[in-house]
Design a protein around this ligand. Structure first.
Ligand code: BGC
Length: 768
């Protein structure tokens, strides 16, 4: 039976007359198509397109009778999220395209954050790979798998800069730096969206959370943000803008306020900056009940908040139904305008159009694809590789690592054999039972000559309530008798040659609503480590965490620390690859590790102040900017990470010491692998603008390259910088470059002292 789709009938003439069969109109005809459809829509149907409910617990075969089905038939739903499986989504899509009056297809969304069923490291970990091609490929694979399961819209990338590891959602972003964050943002967008959104294996990305969500006061999730516009423009906004420039199709507003107005109702943010300055062409969706939450923020009742959101530039309402239920009233009272509602509908229809949904509403519902393209060995191999690239070797005294594939290894710690805690937060499609635990991974990689045994050693924490709150959603762990656990672990430790201590946070201790005031390894595990240290056996600490932790105590006690983050489905294998040296670690921190929680916020690109300290030794200086009880520098700075080999940097050479308006400058170093393993190094270039019309940070990342060198090999690394690289937003919020002196650093971390100076002048020197 032919589906008598009304909107096709409306456009039949132009649609078929101007286009060969099977193609769709674009450009003008796309706008015409959407306008014609808009003319057919009642106000309620328009508001329906702005409505994004969560799917609830629809199971296959129950869609017809679900509560949501009736709303879909009535045209009151524009999209659904929190639902997966091609079969289920097909059932629901059928209701929309066959049983609703206008037969407009739904868009199906989901939090596909770091992979789908094949799960990659948490985003914070992935960003430590500094490998944008690899990151882009993780998003490509995620899109391939998610679209094979019916989903064509992901609420990713999350690009919120954060300098506060108390905030649990640092795990979902790319750390503290706007330059690195921007490169990751564009890589993710391109990976998800590919070159044509209409392809059946590409999906619409949604950059979030616009804006400044990563700077809540005291690191407490959903808390107030208060920030100068200069700081917004120079530090926090660039990654969102990079995603917009990369063509991201949708954007999610954040929960927090900005200049006293919640993002969901902030016209300056959603219209002046986003539409007028940045020319964003996609649609804006609220965060989960973000519009309704403006009531608690103190912006009025639901009708007032929904009108505020609409007038600010919000287009779609996640879960709260404020737009659906109040805009008719507001329209009749003149509080909102139909042109704004129409524009929102247009943007949402345009996204559906670009995804090919009008022509092929079931194109993502191919069950054959879902059985063949999800969690394939090829994808898992890539996840293993990505995990290996993301780990950061924090300490390795006396070449404790890599481990030899012989002898007796004791894996001790509550995270040593816990599949469910490997994938990390926001792994909604991960089958936790498919994750490879550390014990399994080490056994598989070590080979037969190694005896590998495991003891839990301790519960996650002494505090039962904290454990319950941090081990949700299938990550729960049975509590056991502490004394017995310890005795068993010490017995095993004493019989072994080396201890691999698998400690840290359970995976739900970071992520949404998982802020901490104490960012140390939980107490019971710290106590366990102390006992293990007393055995005198060499210890490698494999750290599981979704945030930078305060490991000052531990780093003084153990010779080797590998930060594994939460590395996804292949975690155990990837960690084992690194421990045994099959993969040489090359990850570099994208977020500073503090010495203690009191140093927070701590980040490398801070300002100098009028009273910087003058010594590098951590000695207290009265009336200078420092602490009585702790030095200023972090435990591990941004950009830091060791390798099994060593790299040496030559002094920097410049193509010229002065460059002028319109010119570029080249900076080169020779990098030599001076150790005995081949390895990868992230070569980082920073600048410091020595004098400015506003104060400038002591260092800013401006370029990086990840290169691989064989033992003994050298390579000349060249960076070309243009005026744009030296620009910043000045007092009038315009990007400017100011003449004067700059320092330029190239090295293996933000603490590099390998530097030179150059100057910029507007006029060329007539004598040259
Ligand atoms: C989170 C978003 C997420 C949304 C939908 C919210 O609570 O803040 O990041 O995309 O839920 O699951």
């Amino acid at each position: 039976m032919k589906k008598a789709l009304l909107w096709i009938a409306v456009l039949a003439t132009s649609f078929t007359a101007c286009n060969p069969a099977g193609t769709k109109p674009s450009g003008d005809s796309k706008a015409k198509f959407i306008d014609s459809l808009l003319q057919e829509m009642s106000l309620q149907e328009k508001l329906g397109q702005l409505n994004l409910p969560t799917a609830g617990d629809i199971t296959t075969g129950t869609a017809e009778s679900s509560d949501i089905a009736q709303k879909i038939r009535e045209g009151k739903v524009g999209g659904l999220f929190n639902i997966k499986s091609a079969a289920k989504i097909k059932e629901i899509q059928r209701i929309a395209v066959e049983e609703s009056r206008l037969k407009i297809p739904l868009i199906f969304g989901m939090d596909v954050i770091h992979g789908y069923e094949t799960t990659f490291p948490i985003p914070l970990g992935l960003s430590c790979s500094w490998d944008t091609a690899l990151i882009r490929q993780t998003a490509r694979i995620a899109a391939q798998e998610a679209t094979a399961d019916g989903i064509m819209w992901t609420f990713s990338p999350m690009v919120d800069i954060s300098r506060d590891p108390r905030w649990g959602r640092v795990s979902e972003g790319s750390g503290e730096d706007p330059f690195l964050g921007s490169r990751v943002a564009e890589a993710m967008v391109k990976g998800y969206q590919g070159s044509d959104l209409e392809d059946k294996n590409t999906m619409l990305a949604c950059v979030k959370h616009f804006a400044l969500y990563g700077a809540p006061m005291a690191g407490r999730d959903y808390n107030t943000v208060d920030m100068s516009r200069l700081e917004m423009y120079n530090t926090y906004l660039p990654p969102y803008k990079a995603a917009v420039d990369a063509g991201v199709g949708s954007l999610m507003a954040s929960f927090n306020e900005i200049d006293g107005i919640p993002a969901s109702g902030n016209k300056w943010l959603l219209t002046d900056v986003l539409r007028e300055e940045w020319k964003f062409k996609g649609f804006v969706v609220s965060d989960y009940t973000g519009i309704n939450e403006m009531i608690a923020h103190g912006m009025g009742d639901l009708q007032a908040c929904a009108a505020l959101a609409m007038n600010a530039g919000m287009n779609m309402d996640m879960v709260g139904e404020g737009l659906l239920t109040t805009l008719e009233q507001s329209l009749s009272e003149g509080k909102v305008q139909i042109k704004d509602i129409d524009q929102s509908v247009r943007l949402i229809l345009a996204a559906k159009y670009d995804l090919g949904l009008f022509e092929h509403p079931y194109q993502y519902c191919d069950t054959a694809r879902s059985s063949q393209e999800i969690f394939t060995q090829e994808n898992r191999d890539f996840a293993r590789k990505a995990a290996g690239e993301s780990m950061v070797l924090l300490k390795n005294d006396k070449q404790t690592l890599p481990l030899a594939k012989q002898g007796k290894i004791a894996i001790i710690g509550p995270l040593g054999d816990h599949k469910a805690n490997m994938a990390g937060t926001w792994s909604v499609a991960t089958k936790l039972e498919n994750c490879v635990s550390l014990l399994e991974g080490i056994r598989l990689v070590a080979g037969e000559k190694v005896s590998v045994n495991y003891a839990q050693g301790a519960n996650f924490t002494i505090d039962e309530t904290l454990q319950a709150n941090s081990t949700l959603f299938g990550r729960e762990m049975v509590r056991k008798n502490e004394k017995e656990l310890l005795a068993e672990a010490l017995h095993l430790a004493k019989q072994s040659d080396i201890i691999v201590a698998a400690l840290g946070e359970p995976s739900e201790m970071s992520g949404e609503s998982s802020s901490r005031t104490d960012i140390r390894i939980p107490d019971a595990q710290r106590a366990l480590l102390d006992e293990l240290v007393k055995t005198g056996k060499p210890i490698v600490l494999v750290l599981f965490t979704g945030r930078p932790l305060d490991i000052s105590q531990e780093q003084a006690k153990v010779p080797a620390i590998l930060n594994a983050w939460f590395s996804g489905t292949e975690a155990g294998l990837a960690i084992a690859d690194v421990l045994f040296g099959d993969v040489n670690p090359s990850g570099k921190l994208s977020m500073t590790f503090p010495r203690n929680v009191g140093q927070i916020p701590i980040f490398y690109s801070h300002k100098n102040t009028g009273r910087p300290i003058s010594n590098q030794d951590g000695k207290f200086e009265k009336f200078r900017s420092n602490y009585l009880d702790e030095r200023n520098e972090p435990l591990y700075p941004f950009g830091y990470g060791l390798s099994y080999t060593t790299f040496e940097y030559s002094p920097i050479t410049l193509s010229s010491e002065t460059f002028h308006a319109g010119e570029a400058v080249k900076a080169t170093v020779k990098l030599t692998n001076t150790g005995s393993y081949s390895g990868k190094e992230v070569v980082q270039l920073y600048i410091r603008d020595l004098v400015g019309s506003i104060t400038r940070p002591v260092k800013e990342l401006k370029a990086f390259q990840k290169v691989e060198l064989q033992a003994g090999e050298s390579q000349v690394i060249e960076f070309t910088l243009t005026e744009d690289d030296f620009k910043f937003y000045g007092s009038d919020l315009k990007a400017i470059i100011e003449p004067g002196e700059f320092e330029l650093f190239i090295g293996g971390s933000s603490s590099t002292t390998n530097k030179t100076t150059l100057s910029y002048s507007i006029q060329a020197d007539p004598n040259n």
